[in-house]
Structure formats: structure tokens, C-alpha cells
Design a protein around this ligand. Structure first.
Ligand SMILES: [Zn+2]
Ligand SMILES: [Zn+2]
Length: 291
């Protein structure tokens, strides 16, 4: 990948970063990327390790501030959407154990399979990284495509038989908290996961111009979106107050609270267009039926 000569023998990760620094054409993140793939010397393993570790660090790292917020009601309760319902320590611990099981049993095999799938779909992982404008444009496309897929699949999962067999677990908590973002059945984890991994694979297949760093950036932002939507807190600086068609926590909290409506993941336009806005907001808009 990098235009450097690798000394013989296996080198440690810091030594490889030092070698990568000899190539002035590489940015700092590109040096780390090159060192990572060279260190593992197995591209499937290198992609799998990086993706799985990033997933775990982002998930539990982003949930931690919400656990702290729930532990400090005197400070944060005024920002809580359903202020009478706080998760107990037992609720949080039950979620952690279940989610770790889902991550290792359902998501890890998909992550290991991702490298072969992305090679079939011409997703690039060599250097250099793409331009920032391409990175941002593709992630915006993935957000809108996933939101559309999520809206229709989620709405279908509220149909009786599908709800009982696939979606019921996710509705165990009517007042969600950060850790519940991925609290779902294995089937739901798999089906919703397709909405995250397929858009970059399909775009890569048809354009040959999607890079793995863009896919990782997209996966990270999608995780942060899902955790934020389940946080149970709405702040004066929440993203929905800046981007008017962004759903955020108050939008998805109403889905768990009222059970029907607000089926989309990131944005509000599908629910507004299809007349499925939940709760008092939906009534005010004349949305009588949220199925
Ligand atoms: Zn639902
Ligand atoms: Zn939810």
C-alpha cells in the first residue's frame, strides 16, 4: 500500500507506524491504516479485527455517558423524555449481557464475512483514502437509503406475526435507554444490519468507487445515531433542533412509548409523508392511523 521498504522480520505496531512515517505522501490516519494491514498480514483478519473492535468500542463507549446520566438523576432528569422511567442497574446489566451475546454470535460472523463480500463488490481498501467530499456524499446517500429501508421493514415488523417472531424483544422497554439500541432478536439484528451493509456494497459494485474507510465511517455514524435515538434524553443542543428533518431521541422515544408510528431510523420525512407520526405529534398533524 505505502511506498516504503519494509525491513525483514516481524515488526511491532509502533515500529510499523514509524516505517509508514517515512512515506511523506501518507496522512496520519493512512499511516495507521497501512501499519494495521501490514501488522496482521492477512487482509480478511485485519478488516475483521478493526471492524469488530471499532463496533464494540463505539457501542459501549457511547453508551457509557448515558449510563452515567441515568446514575445522576439530580443533574440529568430534567432532560429525560419519559422522566418517570429510569432503567435499573439490573436492566442495564441484562442489556449488556444480551448485546454481547448478539455481537459475538450474530454480528461477528457477518463482520468476518464482510471482507470477502466487499472484494466481490469492488469496495476498495488500498491507499490513498478518498477525498473528504466523496466520503461525506456517500455517507449522506447511505443515511437516506438506510432510512427508507428501515422505515418499511420496521413498519412491516409491527404486523402481528412478524412482530411476535422478530420485533417483540426490541419493545421490551417502553422507555428506551442507550444500551437498548441493539437490544433485538438475532433475526432483527440480521435484517436491519442488511440496511447498513448493503448500500455501500451495492454502490461499490456499480461504481467501483467506495472505500472501506467510508464504510467504517458510515457504520460508526449509524451506530451513534441508533444509540442517540434510544438514549431517552433530549437536550437543547440535540441534533434534531439543528436539522429539522432529523428524528433523534424524542422521535424514537415516542415509537417505544406509543408503540405505533415513527418507524424511520434517522429522519422524519417517511412518517410525515405516510401519515404514521406517533403520539400527540401525529394527532396534531391529523395522523389517525399509525399502522
Ligand atoms: Zn418497533
Ligand atoms: Zn428502538
Amino acid at each position: 500500500m505505502a511506498n516504503v521498504t519494509l525491513p525483514s522480520g516481524s515488526l511491532s505496531y509502533p515500529e510499523l507506524v514509524h516505517v509508514a512515517k517515512q512515506d511523506p505522501s501518507l496522512s496520519w490516519p493512512e499511516q495507521l491504516w497501512w501499519a494495521h494491514y501490514t501488522f496482521w498480514n492477512n487482509d480478511v483478519l485485519a478488516t475483521g479485527v478493526m471492524t469488530f473492535l471499532a463496533h464494540e468500542l463505539i457501542y459501549f463507549g457511547r453508551c457509557l455517558p448515558w449510563i452515567v446520566a441515568d446514575a445522576c438523576p439530580s443533574v440529568f432528569r430534567r432532560f429525560k423524555i419519559q422522566d418517570q422511567k429510569s432503567p435499573s442497574v439490573n436492566d442495564q446489566w441484562t442489556c449488556v449481557k444480551y448485546i454481547l451475546a448478539i455481537h459475538f454470535i450474530v454480528e461477528l460472523p457477518l463482520i468476518v464475512l464482510f471482507h470477502p463480500m466487499m472484494e466481490v463488490c469492488h469496495v476498495q481498501y488500498t491507499l490513498p483514502f478518498p477525498e473528504l467530499s466523496l466520503f461525506a456524499t456517500q455517507i449522506a446517500i447511505f443515511f437516506f437509503v438506510e432510512d427508507t429501508y428501515h422505515y418499511w421493514l420496521h413498519r412491516a415488523m409491527h404486523w402481528g406475526p412478524l412482530y411476535r417472531s422478530v420485533h417483540r424483544i426490541h419493545h421490551q422497554y417502553s422507555a428506551p435507554f442507550g444500551l437498548t439500541a441493539e437490544y433485538a432478536s438475532p433475526a432483527e439484528t440480521f435484517l436491519l444490519g442488511l440496511g447498513t451493509i448493503c448500500p455501500p456494497l451495492v454502490l461499490g459494485y456499480f461504481t467501483g468507487n467506495v472505500h472501506l474507510i467510508t464504510v467504517l465511517g458510515w457504520m460508526a455514524l449509524r451506530q451513534l445515531q441508533a444509540i442517540d435515538a434510544h438514549s431517552g434524553y433530549d437536550f437543547p443542543w440535540s441534533l434534531r433542533r439543528i436539522i429539522p428533518f432529523w428524528g433523534g431521541s424524542s422521535w424514537h422515544d415516542d415509537h417505544h412509548r406509543y408503540f405505533r408510528g415513527n418507524y424511520s431510523s434517522s429522519f422524519t420525512h417517511w412518517d410525515v409523508l405516510m401519515g404514521t407520526v406517533a403520539g400527540p405529534r401525529g394527532k396534531a398533524m391529523g395522523h389517525k392511523k399509525q399502522r
